[in-house]
Design a binder for this molecule. Structure first.
Ligand SMILES: NC(=O)c1ccc[n+]([C@@H]2O[C@H](COP(=O)([O-])OP(=O)(O)OC[C@H]3O[C@@H](n4cnc5c(N)ncnc54)[C@H](OP(=O)(O)O)[C@@H]3O)[C@@H](O)[C@H]2O)c1
Length: 323
């Protein structure tokens, strides 16, 4: 595993981070047991993963806490998040303080390394800064949390305007946002700000559905071509990203996707979610491979660099969707 400094936090993080939500929810979203989910976390740690990203709404804080007790609390960087709305209203300062305590209890730990506000919109920001940031600062001062950050709501913020508003304030120590082969907007919109302000970055939607569900990429590209957002030749292209897979390039589409994100300048943690230990091992191997060849990266930028919002859909699973 490779480890990098996480912005100005002083933390060193594994470049591969296990996402404990998304489609897979450590397997709980695929009908697997809590014991299977614990095994997945332990397998990730065995491969060198030290950052685990869960959330109040994922239903995996307990499982992660169980695994962390087996591993050793000081060996792990535990990240979790607070849901921002209750009964349709932005949460209050009191509710946020209660959520921090609830996460500590659910994970059976006395500190959280990275506490994040989950899916923050631009409309929330003024109130978040006035009412919730003081709670985060107090929790940090008391040692309940070590660092705090926030995540965007990618399906609802294709232009990443929320992060462009908040990052220059210097309040936030981390940002989680979307970046993928066909959604490269963060290169101009977000990374220059995270780099200027020493903000740790966690990349999400790197694969999600569009690069993992059979047929979805071809249909997506066809729709974009029909809408005039891609050249007409893409209307009938059975392998729109096939050019990435060759002897000195990627071994598969997923290999390309994870390598592309991991090597973007300013990227710290590339999140991946899975329910399968075999997928976990393959993804970590991809994240640790060298960058895609320069010619392939240029072609990706030239062909898809203008697109926004591709692959930012809600999870594909039977249960109620949660980001
Ligand atoms: N707003 C937010 O805060 C927010 C929103 C979205 C995501 N996130 C974070 O980002 C993490 C990752 O997000 P994501 O769910 O979009 O993960 P992802 O890594 O982009 O995509 C995971 C999907 O690809 C499949 N997959 C993974 N590895 C595979 C492989 N080697 N071969 C075939 N299929 C594979 C998974 O299914 P299998 O189970 O079959 O492997 C799953 O359906 C989340 O867990 C969460 O921590 C945060």
């Amino acid at each position: 595993m490779d480890y990098v400094p996480f912005g100005r936090t002083g933390l060193s993080v594994s470049v591969a981070g296990l996402g404990c939500g998304g489609n897979s929810q450590l397997g709980l979203g695929r009908g697997k047991s809590e014991a299977d989910a614990v095994r997945l976390v332990l397998a990730a740690f065995d491969e060198g993963v030290t950052l685990f990203d869960t959330a109040e709404v994922y239903g995996t804080e307990g499982v992660v806490g169980t695994a962390v007790r087996q591993i050793g609390r000081d060996k792990i960087i535990l990240a979790t998040k607070a849901r921002m709305r209750e009964c349709g209203n932005l949460i209050s300062a009191t509710q946020l303080a209660e959520k921090i305590d609830a996460s500590l209890k659910a994970m059976q730990t006395d500190y959280i390394d990275l506490y994040q506000l989950h899916a923050v919109t631009l409309a929330m920001v003024d109130q978040v800064e006035a009412e919730l940031v003081p709670v985060l600062q107090a929790a940090k001062a008391s040692g309940k949390i070590r660092h705090f950050g926030l995540t965007e709501t990618s399906p609802n913020d294709h232009d990443q305007v929320m992060l462009q508003r908040v990052l220059p304030t210097g309040l936030w120590e981390s940002a989680m946002f979307a970046f993928n082969l066909m959604n490269q907007g963060a290169r101009q919109a977000v990374f220059p700000l995270t780099q200027a302000h020493g903000v740790g970055t966690l990349l999400m939607f790197v694969v999600r559905n569009v690069f993992s569900q059979p047929g979805l990429l071809e249909q997506t590209v066809k729709d974009l071509a029909t809408a005039g957002q891609l050249p007409a030749a893409f209307t009938d292209d059975p392998e729109p990203l096939g050019f990435l897979i060759h002897e000195s390039g990627a071994t598969s589409l997923l290999d390309a996707a994870y390598r592309y994100a991991r090597h973007e300048p300013g990227a710290h943690v590339t999140l991946f979610g899975t329910s399968e230990i075999s997928h976990l091992k393959a993804n970590i191997a991809s994240i640790l491979r060298p960058p895609l060849p320069e010619a392939d990266r240029k072609r990706l930028e030239n062909t898809f660099g203008h697109l926004k919002g591709v692959g930012l859909d809600l999870p594909h699973r039977a249960k109620a969707p949660k980001q």
